[in-house]
Design a protein around this ligand. Structure first.
Ligand SMILES: [Zn+2]
Length: 226
């Protein structure tokens, strides 16, 4: 209530450039919106996100929607979503993801989405999982629901990327644990994450879903680092 009252007097600034004024529902100014660095990956079989997982896990499809470049609007937007509690911005970006993904999600008969689980301590501290916000936006556009608690994170794994592939593989079972196995069997699942960098934890999570009976696992990232 207070927020909307304040907005009457102080219009919001664009989350991309922090310069242009925008309406409360708009999030981005026209310039930032038009210049969003879309990858087009969702239309490219064998795109860079899919290639990242080649030889690592059996992926149905993979796509990151935007390029993440230091200093670009996407970096700024993700910072706001993760560290500034800009939840509506997360849902807004999820809707943009949904617009790009709806066709392939239908083609691949995706049953539901799973936001990449955060460690419970981290989620408690932040108050939310940013990947869940993206899933809400995807659900708005694609009418594909999401489930947050099918698989949960059991260990804080900042050091995960430093481990070798074999070590990571052996570590899979200890990082994530399956919470609702009955929801996994025979399903085509889309794992949703904010930024896909090494793909290590995404791979672990996806592999665990496959090991527990998922028919297929696909991956969608808001952004891809280049
Ligand atoms: Zn702007």
């Amino acid at each position: 209530m207070l927020g909307s009252l304040l907005n009457l007097f102080y219009p919001s600034l664009c989350y991309g450039c922090h310069e242009e004024e925008v309406g409360t529902e708009e999030m981005l100014c026209i310039k930032c919106f038009q210049e969003l660095p879309y990858t087009g990956f969702e239309n490219i079989p064998g795109n860079a996100t899919e290639k990242l997982f080649w030889g690592r896990m059996n992926l149905q499809f993979g796509a990151s929607i935007f390029y993440f470049v230091p200093g670009n609007a996407i970096q700024e937007i993700i910072h706001q979503i993760k560290y500034k509690e800009e939840k509506n911005l997360g849902i807004f970006m999820g809707r943009l993801m949904g617009q790009k993904l709806s066709k392939i999600m239908t083609q691949q008969q995706i049953d539901y989405c799973i936001p990449m689980p955060l460690h419970p301590k981290k989620e408690y501290k932040r108050g939310y999982n940013q990947a869940s916000l993206l899933c809400i936006g995807i659900q708005d556009v694609c009418a594909v629901e999401y489930h947050e608690k099918v698989i949960v994170r059991t260990e804080n794994t900042n050091s995960q990327t430093k481990k070798s592939r074999i070590e990571r593989w052996n570590n899979v079972e200890t990082i994530f644990s399956i919470n609702e196995k009955e929801k996994i069997i025979g399903k085509n699942i889309l794992l949703v994450d904010d930024v896909i960098t090494t793909g290590a934890s995404t791979e672990s999570c996806g592999q665990m879903l496959l090991n527990n009976g998922a028919n297929s696992v696909s991956i969608a990232g808001l952004a891809f680092t280049i």
